[in-house]
Every structure is written in structure tokens, then in C-alpha cells.
Design a protein around this ligand. Structure first.
Ligand SMILES: CC(=O)SCCNC(=O)CCNC(=O)[C@H](O)C(C)(C)COP(=O)(O)OP(=O)(O)OC[C@H]1O[C@@H](n2cnc3c(N)ncnc32)[C@H](O)[C@@H]1OP(=O)(O)O
Ligand SMILES: CC(C)C(=O)C(=O)O
Length: 559
């Protein structure tokens, strides 16, 4: 790279706009969407779609609710021509869907293009020629007048050819290709000449499409360019103003949104941003951006994964795991503070609430994604995510201080493995740490009896491999069992919950104890279909864990 890029690259010129209203506007309704997946998207593939894939993509677009679909560049290949014929002859185009095809402004290509559409109920013929200086000078070798004349002659020919087929409702679309790099006054002059030639009316509008063929400036510059056209175009009431942003600077979505604020009625793009180079603007992101502002996008992504898999299959291109709204990881939080906030936000939701869950701009359920994948646990995670997964997958609702204690256990594991931990693996770790804490004391059974106002208990246990029967009494089974064990620990708290429902429900008991020589407290957990057994198991688990955690014992184990 150059030390001084200024010697090779020039900044994009500022736009000298006198009036600019777009910065203070908001988008309150969806634009007309035009999908060019089967044209701009298709021409950008290693291997353009075959007829079967094209049809699958077309049907997916129809299902989503796209009403204008650019289906081909019919003069480019027999596959494209035949595809247009297939849609028309097999009557595959729904009444409310309009197909569109693209052609260069060259006579033989225009003739072939119109021929491909014969018999269509309604069709958009899209013609383009580049208008920016480098293209005029280097590609076409044409003057300004010649470039304008090229557009006017092409439109004139399309008018003649289509008027010969009045059975079709013809719509013209003109694109000054490379619009955003063209001198604004010249782009305006060419578009006005096209409008005069086609002679649209308010009921038979013409589409003027303004491509950022190569995105070369910040989106505010594009918005100024669009607003300039919106204000200055002749017969604006007879024109549908369209934008076609590419993503070379990574800001196509912003450019499209600002373009709509600036007066565009229509947006052209591709699903998930496929298209030449860095892609066309992503229609899915645009639509769901509107949705999250409470605006109906008119496109249905209730099963976004199914759409994604079809698009990946048709284009043979993978979607990035962090792609907005659809990527495999976009509804996933790894970091502890995010997991904690999401868990609290989801728990706080009540029916009818507006969506304001921290860190989630959209409810994953609205696009057919589930909460299950929202939270993942790795070494960056905290107690919130761990607790969420165990609750969501195993119905285990842990007391808060146990969450803190167990997250330390998980942290040790993730530090050692460096890997993500699944809900199943968490459950295994939980079982190993708490439920299997049956050494040195293991419970084999118990017998309870009333003992005046107290309860008496006999514990049948094995201590260091020796069977023993221990007796104690207290004001409840836990106090009695603690007494039977010789009160090696002090019970600080006790909770019992059910795990599962109905006949399969089991009791899970949590006992928190303190013991001489250990700082703070230690938890024990018991799981059993009998609630008393669960609580005694929890006490023994806590006692065993407390012993293992005393400094002397820990030193012994380390040795
Ligand atoms: C920004 C975009 O995405 S525009 C769409 C681009 N998509 C495609 O091109 C995909 C399909 N295209 C094709 O298959 C081929 O280009 C075809 C079949 C249409 C035409 O092929 P060819 O006749 O071989 O011409 P080619 O594509 O190389 O075009 C170059 C010629 O067309 C001229 N040309 C290019 N674009 C246009 C245009 N929009 N209008 C008029 N002439 C044009 C060039 O100036 C050049 O002329 P020259 O031969 O006199 O120097
Ligand atoms: C033909 C036009 C609309 C185009 O694809 C572009 O300029 O990117």
C-alpha cells in the first residue's frame, strides 16, 4: 500500500445540493422491492443457475412476497431466454407478480429481449447504458451527446417493438448505469430525455433506476444524488424512482435506506446481498430493518432458515455466520454479560410488551429461529448463560448463589478445553460435580420416624467403604440427618423444586452449608423421585463437597 494514497486516489467530490430534506425524515412504509437475484445475482456466480435452480429461486421469491422480479438477461444466453419463455408459456407468473428482463442499449439485443417476453401478461423491459465519464471515455468512446442519444434510440426502439404487442402491459425501466459516479446534471438530462421519449402517464409510469453500480462514496452523498433527481426529474408523478446500490464500501444497506428517505419509491437488490463483487444491497436486511422499526416490510421471512438454505443451494455460496438476521451465530451470545442480560430480558417479558430484550434487536421466533440457540457457553461466558441452558434444556432452575458456584466449575472446564460447552455437557458437569458427590459418604437408605415433636432418622450409609447405620433427630429430616452425620456442616439454606412434570417429575433439592475451615458456603444437590431422599442426598453431597474443599483435604488431594 502507498504511504500517501492521495497520489493515486482522489476523494469523491462533495455534492453541491441546495436543498436536502432526507436527513430529517424517517421511513414509515416499505418501498416496492425488486429482486435481481436471477439477473445481477445470477451473473455474479461461478456457475450461473440452471433452469431448475432458477425456477426454485423464482418460486422462493414469489413465496416471500416479492412482486417485481428481474428474471433474466434473455439476450445473453439460451438458458436465460428459455427461462423467460418457460415462465410465460407454463403460466408460472402469479397475477400480482411482474417479471423484468435486462438488455444493453443495442438493437439486436433489444429485439431478442422483447421477443422473449411475447405473450406475457405484464413485463418490465429494463434497458441501461453507462453514463459516467470513465465509461463514456474508456468503454464507449462516446461524447455526452452520443451517450444520451444511445439511451433515447434504445427507448424509441423498445417503444416501437412493444407497441406492436398491445396484449402485454409493457413497463419501461431505464438505468443510467454508473449513475452515482455520473455528473448529476448529465444523469438528469439523459433521464429526462428518456422520459420524453417514452411519454409515461401517472397511470402508466416509467421506472427510472439510479444505480450505485460501483459504490464510491458515503451513503449521504448517494442520498443527495437521489434527492437531486427526485426534485428535478420531469413529470415526477409519472415516474417510479428506484435505487440499485452495490456494496463496494460495505454501506449498501445504509445507501438504500437513505435513498428511500431521499425520495426513492423502489429498491432493487438480492437476498442476503448476493451480486457483482461485494454484492447488491441485501433485501432481507433492508426488510427486517423496517420490521424492527414496526413497519410491515411486505416480505415474509417467518422461516428465514429455509430461505437461506434455498439461496445457498441455488447460488452455491455460503451465508456468513454473522450475516444480519440470518447468520448461524446472530442469535447467539457467548459473553457472560450479554447472556445474563438476555436471560433477564426474556424472563421479564409479558404478553403484549414491545420488544426490548437487551442485545436482541429482533425476536428470533419472528424469523423462525429459536431461543435454544440464543445462548452458547465458552470461556467468555458467565453464570447467566449456563443457568439459561440448564433451565431451557433440563428444567433445572438453580438458586442464584449456586449459579455463581457452578460457573466456577464450568470456567475451569472451558479454560482447560478451550471449547464451547453444550447443554448436555453442562448437565454432565453438573451431575459429576453435585449429584455424584458420594464420597466419602454414600447414602443407601433412610428410615424416618416421629420422635415426639421432632423427627428421628436412621441413615444407612457407607463411609469410606464401611457400611454404617447412623441415628439422629431434629426438627425436620434435614436437621435429623445432619445430626446423624455428627453435624460436620452447618445448613445455611435449603430449597427444593420439581424437575419435569406429572408422573415423571423428580424433586431436586439444594442445600447450602458452611463448615469449619472453608470460606463462604458450599452447595450440595440431590435428585430423587422422593422429596425427603432428594434433600438427604443434597445434604450428603454438600457435606462431601465441603470436606473436599477444606484446605487440608484439598492439599491431600493435590498431593
Ligand atoms: C452493471 C451491470 O450489471 S450491467 C449487466 C451486465 N451483465 C451482463 O453483461 C451479463 C450478460 N451479458 C452478456 O452475456 C454479453 O455481454 C452480451 C451477450 C449481452 C453481449 O455480448 P457481446 O456482444 O460480446 O458484447 P460485450 O458484452 O462484450 O459488450 C461490449 C460491447 O457492448 C457495448 N456495451 C456495453 N454495455 C452496453 C450498453 N449498456 N448499451 C450499449 N452498448 C453497450 C460496449 O461498448 C462494447 O462495444 P464494442 O464491442 O463496440 O467495443
Ligand atoms: C443494469 C444496472 C441496473 C446494474 O446492474 C448496475 O448498474 O449495477
Amino acid at each position: 500500500m502507498l504511504k500517501n494514497p492521495n497520489t493515486k486516489y482522489r476523494p469523491f467530490p462533495a455534492f453541491p445540493v441546495a436543498e436536502r430534506s432526507w436527513p430529517s425524515k424517517t421511513i414509515t412504509q416499505a418501498p416496492i422491492w425488486m429482486s435481481t437475484d436471477l439477473r445481477d445475482g445470477n451473473q455474479a456466480l461461478f456457475e450461473p443457475m440452471n433452469a431448475e435452480r432458477k425456477l426454485r429461486m423464482f418460486e422462493t421469491l414469489v413465496q416471500i412476497g416479492v412482486k417485481e422480479i428481474e428474471v433474466a438477461f434473455p439476450s445473453a444466453s439460451q438458458t436465460d431466454f428459455d427461462f423467460v419463455r418457460k415462465l410465460i408459456e407454463e403460466d408460472r407468473i402469479p397475477q400480482d407478480v411482474t417479471i423484468e428482463v435486462l438488455t444493453q442499449a443495442r438493437e439486436h439485443l433489444i429485439r431478442r429481449t422483447v421477443e422473449s417476453l411475447i405473450g406475457a401478461r405484464r413485463a418490465i423491459v429494463h434497458v441501461y447504458n453507462a453514463t459516467a465519464r470513465p465509461w463514456r471515455e474508456q468503454v464507449f468512446g462516446m461524447s455526452l451527446v452520443e451517450v444520451k442519444q444511445l439511451a433515447v434510440e434504445a427507448v424509441s426502439l423498445i417503444k416501437t417493438l412493444t407497441e406492436a404487442h398491445p396484449e402485454t402491459e409493457w413497463i419501461l425501466q431505464y438505468s443510467p448505469e454508473t449513475f452515482s459516479q455520473t455528473e448529476p446534471e448529465f444523469a438528469l438530462e439523459v433521464c429526462n430525455a428518456v422520459i420524453a421519449t417514452w411519454n409515461p402517464t401517472p397511470s402508466k409510469k416509467l421506472i427510472i433506476n439510479l444505480p450505485a453500480t460501483v459504490e464510491a462514496a458515503t451513503p449521504n452523498v448517494y442520498a443527495d444524488q437521489v434527492e437531486f433527481m427526485h426534485r428535478k426529474l420531469d413529470r415526477r408523478d409519472c415516474v417510479v424512482l428506484s435505487v440499485h446500490p452495490h456494496n463496494d464500501r460495505g454501506t449498501a444497506v445504509a445507501a438504500a435506506e437513505l435513498g428511500v428517505l431521499a425520495g426513492a419509491d423502489r429498491v432493487e437488490g438480492c437476498l442476503f446481498g448476493n451480486g457483482e463483487r461485494t454484492g447488491n444491497v441485501d433485501l432481507v436486511t433492508l426488510a427486517l430493518n423496517l420490521y424492527t422499526q414496526g413497519v410491515d416490510p411486505g416480505l415474509d421471512f417467518s422461516d428465514i432458515n429455509a430461505v437461506a438454505r434455498t439461496v445457498e443451494d441455488c447460488t452455491q455460496l455460503p451465508i456468513h455466520p454473522r450475516h444480519p438476521y440470518v447468520g448461524d451465530l446472530v442469535f447467539t451470545a457467548f459473553s457472560g454479560s450479554h447472556q445474563d442480560a438476555i436471560k433477564k430480558g426474556l424472563a421479564a417479558r409479558r404478553d403484549g410488551d414491545s420488544w426490548d430484550v437487551p442485545y436482541l434487536p429482533i425476536d428470533p421466533a419472528d424469523v423462525g429461529r429459536s431461543y435454544e440457540s440464543v445462548i452458547r457457553v465458552n470461556s467468555q461466558s458467565g453464570k447467566g448463560g449456563i443457568a439459561y441452558l440448564l433451565e431451557a434444556h433440563y428444567g433445572l432452575v438453580m438458586p442464584r448463589r449456586l449459579q455463581v458456584e457452578f460457573s466456577g466449575v464450568v470456567q475451569k472446564h472451558t479454560d482447560a478445553t478451550g471449547a464451547e460447552v453444550s447443554a448436555d455437557e453442562l448437565w454432565r458437569l453438573f451431575g459429576q460435580e453435585y449429584l455424584d458427590a458420594q464420597q466419602p459418604i454414600r447414602l443407601h437408605g433412610h428410615h424416618l420416624r416421629e420422635d415426639g415433636n421432632a423427627q428421628g432418622i436412621e441413615l444407612v450409609v457407607e463411609i469410606n467403604g464401611q457400611s454404617q447405620r447412623l441415628h439422629g433427630s431434629g426438627n425436620g429430616p434435614i436437621a435429623a440427618a445432619a445430626a446423624a452425620l455428627g453435624n460436620p456442616v452447618k445448613v445455611m439454606s435449603y430449597e427444593e423444586r420439581s424437575l419435569g412434570h406429572g408422573a415423571d417429575a423428580r424433586a431436586v433439592a439444594f442445600v447450602e452449608v458452611s463448615a469449619p475451615g472453608i470460606e463462604g458456603s458450599v452447595f450440595g444437590v440431590g435428585l430423587h423421585s422422593n422429596i425427603v431422599t432428594a434433600s438427604i442426598l443434597a445434604l450428603i453431597s454438600a457435606t462431601n463437597r465441603a470436606q473436599a474443599n477444606t484446605p487440608a483435604r484439598a492439599d491431600q488431594q493435590a498431593a
